[in-house]
Write a protein that binds this ligand. Sequence first.
Ligand code: FPP
Length: 216
Amino acid sequence: MDGNGRWAKKRSLPRAFGHKQGVKTIKNIVRAASSLGIKVLTLYAFSTENWKRPQSEIKILFSLLRQFIKKELKDLSSLGVKLRILGDLSKFPETVRIEVENARKTTSQNTGLELNIALNYGARQELIHAFKEMSKHGIKKPTEEIVSSFLYTAGQSDPDLLIRTSGEFRISNFLLWQIAYSEIYVTGKLWPDFTQRDLEIAISEFQKRERRFGGL
Ligand code: FPP
């Protein structure tokens, strides 16, 4: 969800306005994904590297996350959305953790769109976490299936499509294991400007790709 800061800068507004607008896009895209029948949508909301941002911006992001959950939980749940958190929440303020955990529990029996929100997430950290857990479980001969089952995304299929907004051609420590064969779509649109139509364009672009998974 790249480009919130640039969206605000273009309008000579503080970065917080870009993040607020970014949350509006989140609401629209979650609804769009649900109505399009997408099974899993993962939003990269806070990376392990985002702690380097000023404390004031981090506070705003936490507050927007709490507001989003408070305001949207009922509606999302009625759409059948099931929330999962990818990442280590232990460093987050207790108020945020309680809110997030409550939303997770409330939606745990839902069978619609699985909405993954990556929070304090980094793919390298996820892999180290998985290796430690495997070692605790005495696993000496890991297979691809076993490693996958120890990731935060356990039980979900690997992503078909990775969308990166704001024209950046980087992976930024996102789902490194899971995206081994994902199709990558980069759009110049900044996240706050990204619409349902843009999502549909990305999907139709994806549908034109020939996926060989290393075969012929
Ligand atoms: C990317 O824009 C945006 C983020 C790193 C934060 C997104 C998270 C939120 C808006 C918090 C609320 C989350 C949810 C799931 C409701 P950027 O700041 O990297 O923009 P820039 O690259 O233009 O500076």
